[in-house]
Design a binder for this molecule. Structure first.
Ligand code: CP3
Length: 356
C-alpha cells in the first residue's frame, strides 16, 4: 500500500511534489538521548540491531521528534558478512571488526551466499514490524552495503585508513577479489529482495568506500557489481515501483556512469555542487543529498542559509522534482537534536516557498 506521505517515493521517481522530502542518513543514532537509552537497555549495538522489537523502537524515534519524510530500517551493512560467518563484533570505543577476515585463497573459496531466511531472518522480522508500527505514515527505506564496501570490511577485518590489504588483493590477485565481489553481489541482491518482500518501499546501496578506488578500478570493482545487483533487484512489488538509490561517497567524478547503472536516484556527498550535478544528470536520475553534516553545528540562521543555498542550487523544480534532501554522509553523534528540527522545517518551508 502507498504511504499517506509518499513525497519521498514521488521525488525518487522524479514525479511532482509539493515540497522537497527530507530524511537523514543515520537519523536513528547516538545524537538522540532516547536512542542511547534503548541501546543501553539492549546492552550493545548488535543486540539492538538483532532485536526486531528494539530495532523498530529506534527506527521510529526520529519520526516521533521530527516531520521526516521517510524511515530507514535500523540495522547495519555488516549484517551480511556476519551472516556469511565472519563473526562481526564491536570493540568498545572502536569501529566494527571481524573475527575471521578473508585473508587466504582458502578463506575466499569457502565464502558463500547466506540463506536469507535463516541467517538474516531477524532483519526481515524488523522490516515487517517497522511497517506495522509505521501504519503507512511514511515509506520505509531498506538498504545494503555495496559489494565492494562490504569486501573492504571483509578483507581488512575492520575499518581502514589506506585500504592496503584489499588494494593488495586488487592489484596482485584480482581473481580473488572478483570472486568475493560475485558472492557479495548475489548476497546483496537476495538481501534487498528479501527486504522488499518483507515491506521495504525503496532501497539504498551504500558504497561508502568506492570513492577510495582509482579511476578504472572504481568501474571494474565497485560500479560493475552495483550494476549487477540492480539488474537482479525487484523493481516492482505488489503493484508499486520500488525506487533504488546508489550512494558512492567520493563518487562525484563518476556521476554520469553511476546514472547509467540502472538506479533511480544518486546519493551525493557534500563535495558535489547540486546544480552542477543536476545539469550533468538531467532527467536520467533523481538526486539525493548533500548538506555537509557539520552544517548542523551552525546556529539556526546558518542552517537555514545553507538549506536555502542547496535548494536554490538544485533549482526550481519545473515538471518533476527529483530532489530528496539529505546530508552528504551520516549525521554526527555530537549533533544537537534541536538543529535537526531547524533543518527539517527549513527544507519543508523553503522548498514550498521556492515552488510558489
Ligand atoms: O541511517 C540509519 O539511521 C540506519 C542505520 C544505519 C546504521 N549503519 C546504524 C549504525 C545504516 C544505514 C548504517 C550503514 C553503515 N554501517 C555504513 C554505510 C553508511 C556510512 O555511514 O558510510 C557503514 C560503513 C557501516 C559500518 C559501521 N557500522 C561503522 C563504521 C560503524 C561505527 C560507526 C560509528 O559511528 O561508531 C557502525 C555502527 C553503527 N551502525 C552505529 C549505528 C547507529 C553506531 C553504533 C552505536 O550505537 O554505537
Amino acid at each position: 500500500m502507498r504511504p499517506k506521505n509518499d513525497t519521498l517515493l514521488r521525488a525518487l521517481l522524479r514525479q511532482p511534489t509539493e515540497y522537497t522530502p527530507v530524511w537523514l542518513m543515520r537519523q536513528a543514532g547516538r545524537y538522540l538521548p532516547e536512542y542511547r537509552a534503548t541501546r543501553a537497555r539492549a546492552g550493545s549495538f548488535l543486540a539492538l540491531a538483532k532485536s526486531p522489537a528494539l530495532a523498530t523502537e529506534v527506527t521510529l524515534q526520529p519520526l516521533e521528534r521530527y516531520p521526516l519524510d521517510a524511515a530507514i530500517l535500523f540495522s547495519d551493512i555488516l549484517t551480511v558478512p556476519d551472516a556469511m560467518g565472519l563473526g562481526l563484533f564491536f570493540a568498545e570505543g572502536e569501529g566494527p571488526r571481524f573475527e575471521r577476515p578473508l585473508r587466504t585463497e582458502a578463506d575466499v573459496a569457502r565464502l558463500s551466499v547466506p540463506d536469507m531466511a535463516s541467517a538474516l531472518g531477524y532483519v526481515m522480522d524488523a522490516v515487517r514490524e517497522i511497517r506495522r508500527a509505521l501504519a503507512n505514515r511514511v515509506p520505509l527505506i531498506g538498504f545494503s552495503g555495496s559489494p565492494f564496501t562490504l569486501a573492504c570490511y571483509m578483507v581488512e577485518g575492520g575499518g581502514s585508513d589506506d585500504f592496503r590489504l584489499i588494494k593488495t588483493m586488487l592489484y596482485r590477485r584480482p581473481d580473488l577479489l572478483h570472486r568475493i565481489l560475485a558472492v557479495n553481489s548475489a548476497a546483496v541482491a537476495d538481501y534487498l529482495n528479501a527486504q522488499i518482500e518483507a515491506g521495504a518501499q525503496a532501497v539504498m546501496i551504500f558504497d561508502t568506500w568506492g570513492g577510495a578506488l582509482a579511476d578504472g578500478a572504481y568501474q571494474a570493482f565497485s560500479l560493475a557489481y552495483i550494476r549487477d545487483v540492480l539488474s537482479r533487484v525487484k523493481r516492482q512489488h505488489e503493484g508499486e515501483r520500488i525506487p533504488t538509490i546508489v550512494f558512492t561517497k567520493g563518487g562525484g567524478l563518476w556521476l554520469e556512469q553511476i546514472a547509467d547503472s540502472g538506479c533511480d536516484a544518486i546519493g551525493l556527498d557534500w563535495t558535489v555542487n547540486l546544480g552542477a550535478a543536476r545539469a550533468r544528470i538531467g532527467d536520467r536520475c533523481a538526486l539525493q543529498g548533500n548538506l555537509d553534516p557539520m552544517v548542523l553545528f551552525a546556529d539556526d540562521a546558518g542552517i537555514r542559509r545553507e538549506v536555502e543555498h542547496a535548494l536554490t542550487s538544485f533549482g526550481r523544480p519545473s515538471s518533476g522534482s527529483g530532489h530528496v534532501f539529505n546530508l552528504g554522509h551520516g549525521i554526527s553523534q555530537h549533533t544537537p537534536p534541536e538543529a535537526v528540527m531547524t533543518l527539517v522545517e527549513a527544507v519543508h518551508d523553503i522548498s514550498r516557498r521556492l515552488r510558489a
